[in-house]
Write a protein that binds this ligand. Structure first.
Ligand code: RIB
Length: 316
């Protein structure tokens, strides 16, 4: 039977444009291939979990507008339960402005709109859906008090709480104490710890610092350097899969979903990190957020047949 995952988080319509390189402040560059693509870290993680075979529910807010309707239709097409995504007449649907360069790297600006109006009361209305799940996925594109309420509801029911601290902001100790697994990327780790993560040794030190903040485990996603698991005072590195990147947008979201689905299915943490690595790598091979999220079959094939990059050394 399919495992159940609930996501409390954001939904955005992404305005995506390709650029030869990301502009510097004050600079204009000519882009091409403008597209509107369903996104938002919460919705991306929900759609990704559903594609990987989980019975997935989403809690969030969109505006009562065309983008909001399109995002809801997209969730329905992906078989994500969206009964708890409210259409809010008081704010527009969230949008994200995304530039993707020739190397597949991006920069993102989000205008939160209705996402900023998701309240702890919205979480309470969806409490039964949260407590019926095996895992709860959270990010930081909604108010922190709402994230904290969702984590508290899940934690009290023994549901695994997985927090993707994106975009990064300081996190209260009371929230971290409710988190089973914290999954930041490199820049989020630097913001949360004030430590660099450029070398393997630095990444290990930063991951252990986050672990000491009170979460159950830390999974630091390092892009082409793979992922680092910190648990019980020790770290373990997992190599990235070798793929040809076209756009890194939503790679982190795919990682979170792959990791969460595997964990909810009872796989050990280390195996769940491999699932995250495979799902994240596949998401980089296509343009856009939700169209790039892989199926379970694609992830299983990469896990079985994929080539991994060399594991970084502990030095440097
Ligand atoms: O993680 C990628 C997502 O970040 C995009 O889809 C965009 O909407 C922003 O939320």
């Amino acid at each position: 039977m399919a495992v159940r995952i609930t996501v409390v988080g954001s939904l955005n319509m992404d305005m995506v444009v390709r650029v030869p390189r990301l502009p510097r402040p004050g600079e204009t560059v000519i882009g091409s291939d403008f597209r509107t693509i369903p996104g938002g870290k919460g919705a991306n993680q929900a759609v990704a979990a559903a594609r990987l075979g989980a019975q997935t529910s989403m809690v969030g807010r969109v505006g009562r507008d065309d983008f909001g309707r399109l995002l809801l239709d997209n969730l329905a097409a992906a078989q994500v339960d969206h009964r708890f995504v409210r259409q809010d007449p008081g704010a527009p649907t969230g949008v994200a402005f995304i530039e993707v360069d020739d190397a597949g790297k991006n920069s993102i600006v989000v205008a939160s709109g209705a996402n900023a109006r998701l309240t702890p009361a919205d979480v309470d209305i969806a409490a039964a859906t949260i407590t019926a799940a095996s895992a709860l996925l959270l990010q930081l594109e909604i108010p922190l008090e709402t994230v904290a309420r969702a984590a508290a509801v899940a934690h009290a029911a023994g549901v695994k709480v997985i927090l993707n601290p994106a975009p990064a902001r300081p996190l209260p100790a009371e929230l971290l104490a409710l988190v089973d697994v914290l999954v930041p990327n490199e820049s989020e780790t630097e913001i949360l710890t004030g430590l660099p993560v450029g070398s393997q040794a630095e990444a290990e030190r930063a991951a252990l610092t986050l672990l000491e903040a009170g979460v159950g485990a830390v999974v630091l996603t390092l892009g082409e350097r793979g992922a680092l698991l910190a648990q019980d005072g020790r770290t373990q590195t997992f190599p990235a899969f070798e793929v040809k990147p076209a756009d890194v947008t939503a790679a982190g979201d795919a990682f979170l979903a792959g990791f969460a689905v595997a964990l909810a299915e009872g796989k050990p943490l280390a195996e769940a990190v491999r699932w995250g690595n495979a799902a994240g790598a596949l998401a980089t091979t296509k343009l856009g957020a939700q169209p790039s999220l892989p199926t379970r079959q694609e992830v299983e094939r990469l896990l079985a047949e994929g080539v991994t990059r060399p594991v970084p050394t502990g030095k440097g």
